[in-house]
Structures are given as structure tokens and as C-alpha cells.
Design a protein. Structure first.
Length: 302
């Protein structure tokens, strides 16, 4: 387990805390209080939209600001720099216009970065989450897992929903609320009509499950890619629908390994380091034809 914990102390381009290491270390060591503090620096895009529509205090948010800064503030250093630009006092009580507007993946990246700076192994997880146990439908979501040295277990914490949800313990998410991408994928592969239980916005397709699987795979590899990124071979609904059964079974095998990432970390790392199809990533600006090093594969993906 020591090797696993050491691995999740490592950072990526997204969670790199070095520019703010001393500042992150100075923040409270109470993880629940830290989660509230991080959330208080941030407005989720859905909160802002609903607030503006309902003409409550969010309607005072500056009209010229981005309604979502996910495309601008991709990394923990970028988010932190912008928070300091908006208020040089750092993390604390902020006016509405001094907060950044990002979604759950970004809040999770910032929280994980701070925990890593404090020497606490942590990892972002992508999957699907219910608002409460009575609901069957689960929406795409990101959370953070951190290692509790006293209890010797991973604890799941949902920073983005603090102040929003009170149906369960957000600081130690109970079983049945958050469903990992691997669990969701295997559920639908085993019982296809369960596809109706998972959604991204209004979409309920196999493509969103395949893409979530790779978001979580990369996150488990300390590479917390944006939800707008995906491997070329699953970058559209049409591509996922055209996958052969052999390809789907390969994804099943990956998902099986991801069900127990600590036990299978060596195998997962080997796949990450050697499988071109799983590692090469498309983004809004990078398309199939940009991957010149895999020119033969491009014909297949396209």
C-alpha cells in the first residue's frame, strides 16, 4: 500500500502545487473545514445560472465575467492565481464577484492539489452521482478521494456540493451515492436498459459512459483531464456506436481493473504507459488528424 500512497502524492500539470506550496501548507489541516473553505472560493456554473434566473443575490455577478471559466482555469495553479488576482488576501471570505466560476472537476483538482501539498495522498474520481439514495438517476460528477491514515481507508468528499446538498454526509460519501465510471460502464454492459440511469446533462448514451471511463482512468493515473477531452476512438457518439464487440470487451477489462485500482495499480500504469489508443487525447483544439505519431490509427478513428 505504501507504493500506492506514494503514487497519489505525485502531481500532474493540473494538480501541481509548487507555485503555491507554502500557501497551501498554511491552510487549515482540518479536511472538512478545508473543503468548506475551497468551496467558498468558487461558484458552480449551475449555481450561477439558477441564481441569475431566480433574481437572487447571484444576479449581481458582473455581466462581463465568463459564466463558466472551465476553459480558462484548467489547473490548480491557474485557479489559485486568479483567486489571488481577484482578492490578494487569498482564500477567505469573498464577495460574489471575487469568486471563480468552475465545475466539479475543477473544484476537485484544486482540493486534491492542496491535499497533496499537505502530504495527504489524494486522487480525483470521475463517475456519476445521485442527489440522494432514493433517486435512480445519476448525473456525471467528479469528487475527491483522500487517504485517512488513522482509519486506513480512502474517504470520498464532494467539495462542489457543499452548501447545496444535505441529504447525506458530503465529507464521507456513503455507498450508493457516487458510482464510479467503471461501475457505471459494467452495469450498463451487463444490463443495457440501465443506460437510462446515467446522464450527462440531457444525454443518456453509451458514449458518455465510455468517456467518463477514460476521465476516471486518467484521473487514477494522476492525469486529471478535462471532461471535454477524450481518446479519439470514443470522441463522438458515432464512434462509440461503431465499436466492435472486441473493442467493447477491452473496455470491459479496463473497467474491471479500475474497480480495484489499488490492487491493480501496476497493471493500470502499464496500460497507461503503453496503450496508444487509451493515452492519446483529443481536446477542443486537437483532433484526430493532429496525432501524426499515430497516422495509421487515425484512419481507423476517422
Amino acid at each position: 500500500m505504501k507504493d500506492v500512497l506514494n503514487f497519489y502524492l505525485q502531481t500532474s500539470v493540473y494538480t501541481n502545487y509548487e507555485p503555491y506550496q507554502q500557501y497551501f501548507e498554511s491552510l487549515t489541516n482540518d479536511i472538512d473545514q478545508l473543503a468548506v473553505l475551497v468551496k467558498d472560493q468558487i461558484i458552480h456554473r449551475s449555481e450561477l445560472r439558477q441564481g441569475c434566473l431566480n433574481h437572487n443575490n447571484f444576479s449581481s455577478f458582473p455581466w462581463h465575467r465568463y459564466r463558466c471559466e472551465d476553459d480558462v482555469l484548467m489547473t490548480a495553479p491557474a485557479m489559485t492565481a486568479e483567486l489571488f488576482r481577484l482578492n490578494s488576501d487569498g482564500f477567505g471570505n469573498r464577495l460574489l464577484e471575487e469568486k471563480i466560476v468552475v465545475t466539479c472537476r475543477y473544484i476537485s483538482v484544486l482540493m486534491a492539489s492542496i491535499l497533496k501539498a499537505k502530504g495527504i495522498p489524494s486522487r480525483c474520481r470521475a463517475g456519476f452521482s445521485k442527489r440522494n439514495l432514493k433517486r435512480t438517476s445519476a448525473g456525471d460528477h467528479w469528487i475527491v478521494e483522500y487517504w485517512n491514515f488513522t482509519e486506513k481507508r480512502w474517504i470520498r468528499i464532494d467539495v462542489s456540493r457543499i452548501h447545496q446538498v444535505d441529504y447525506y454526509n458530503l465529507f464521507d460519501i456513503p455507498d450508493g451515492i457516487f458510482i464510479t465510471a467503471a461501475e457505471s460502464w459494467l452495469d450498463v454492459r451487463t444490463t443495457p436498459n440501465h443506460l437510462k440511469d446515467y446522464r450527462r446533462g440531457k444525454k443518456q448514451t453509451l458514449a458518455i459512459l465510455a468517456q467518463a471511463l477514460f476521465h476516471d482512468f486518467h484521473a487514477l493515473m494522476n492525469d486529471e483531464i478535462s471532461y471535454r477531452f477524450s481518446p479519439p476512438f470514443i470522441s463522438s457518439e458515432e464512434k462509440v456506436e461503431s465499436l466492435k464487440e472486441e473493442d467493447l470487451k477491452h473496455l470491459d477489462n479496463l473497467a474491471m481493473l479500475m474497480l480495484h485500482p489499488d490492487d491493480n495499480l501496476t497493471k493500470l500504469k502499464e496500460i497507461f504507459e503503453t496503450n496508444i489508443e487509451y493515452r492519446i487525447i483529443n481536446s477542443p483544439l486537437v483532433k484526430d488528424e493532429d496525432h501524426l505519431e499515430t497516422e495509421e490509427k487515425v484512419k481507423k478513428w476517422s
